[in-house]
Design a protein around this ligand. Structure first.
Ligand code: KG4
Ligand code: ZN
Length: 335
């Protein structure tokens, strides 16, 4: 069974071809960071236009790499939300056209479920239940998954997403956009204990997160040090900020797994590419007797292979989306 995956929810145009749900035959991404860099963030209209330009050649290339034609497709999976509405619509229009012209069934996929499923492409599908931590540019949430395709959100961020916090602090440190990877690299040269930034909501007793106070704390620290004419070590600030975020995420994820009595934890989303988060999750997870799974780097950040994987599973259960399905910028995980 050959499933085509299309993902255009934010600023990556991505197309993948996946065989039998888990075997990736092609996984291509056209990035547009260079278009958004000078604005310091993703500009929705610019993103949508860039998807229009990138998508058709990328589709041809992915099918070519996978060695299949449009007629060999058994299903077309596309991200329908959450994301930027104009960007989502570009991928959805293409997916609908392909479905209509080839007869391959269409299946709309939730981007967040895709981030969870990226793990299965790499590790196979363990038996549920699991707890998943989804940390991306737009989301930070802990989810209990009692059975496949069922989700119970245990907690989420009350303000900024983790990736957003990385990007904003990276900007304060003059690291460009998107800042997560640059901050990660800089932090490897710094001392995570150099500055004690607040661990927001670490002791809140629930599984929610808050990031905006941490960002403000970094800003205040930089201003105070500059006012005092101290030389600021940017690697130390980067490492200390990162440690504060990672501390809370690790503690809450382990707490969620204990609370729900699961032994498998899945990590997904762009921030899971973070070196320190992977390291600390693996350490603390092992200490707590948990099996911690995370995707390889290229499947952490946005990609279409994860969308095709979810789509293939849903099609396999007999699910179909109708051709008039709409984009949902605020789509939630199905309970
Ligand atoms: O999942 P993703 O590719 O897109 C969304 O669905 O939002 O996540 C992108 C986010 C960005 O905020 C980016 O800065 C962050 O993931 N990110 C990282 C790293 N790589 C990407 N954050 C921290 N460390 C990284 N190595
Ligand atoms: Zn994402």
């Amino acid at each position: 069974m050959i499933t085509l995956g299309i993902e255009t929810s934010c600023d990556e145009t991505a197309v993948a071809v996946v065989e039998d749900g888990f075997h990736v035959r092609a996984n291509l991404i056209a990035r547009q960071e260079h278009l958004h860099e000078r604005f310091g963030g993703v500009v929705p209209e610019v993103a949508a236009r860039a998807h229009v330009e990138a998508l058709n050649p990328l589709l041809d290339q992915a099918l070519h790499e996978a060695g299949v034609g449009f007629r060999s497709l058994d299903g077309v999976a596309v991200t329908v939300g959450p994301g930027l509405v104009g960007a989502l619509l570009v991928g959805m229009a293409a997916a609908k056209a392909i479905s209509l012209s080839t007869g391959a069934p269409l299946i709309g996929v939730n981007h967040l479920e895709g981030h969870v499923w990226a793990n299965f492409l790499a590790h196979g599908e363990p038996d549920p239940p699991y707890v998943a931590l989804v940390v991306s540019g737009g989301h930070t949430m802990l989810v209990h998954i009692p059975e496949v395709h069922r989700h119970e959100v245990l907690g989420q961020t009350l303000d900024d997403a983790a990736g957003e916090a990385f990007d904003k602090v990276a900007r304060l440190l003059g690291l460009g956009f998107p800042g997560g990877p640059a901050l990660d690299a800089l932090a490897t040269q710094g001392d995570p204990g150099a500055v004690r930034f607040p661990r927001a909501m670490a002791d809140s007793g629930d599984l929610d997160f808050s990031m905006s106070g941490l960002k403000t704390a970094v800003l205040r620290y930089l201003r105070a040090e500059q006012a005092a004419e101290h030389v600021v070590s940017l690697p130390d600030v980067a490492a200390s900020f990162q440690e504060a975020i990672v501390d809370v995420q690790v503690a809450k994820t382990v707490a969620a797994a204990k609370e729900r009595d699961v032994d498998t934890v899945l990590l997904g989303g762009g921030v899971v590419a973070n070196t320190r988060l992977r390291e600390r999750m693996a350490e603390e997870g092992a200490r707590a007797g948990l099996r911690i799974l995370f995707p390889p780097l290229e499947l952490c950040t946005d990609n279409a292979a994860m969308i095709a994987a979810v789509g293939a599973a849903r099609l396999g259960r007999g699910e179909r989306s109708s051709l008039d399905i709409g984009a949902d910028p605020n789509l939630r995980l199905a309970p």
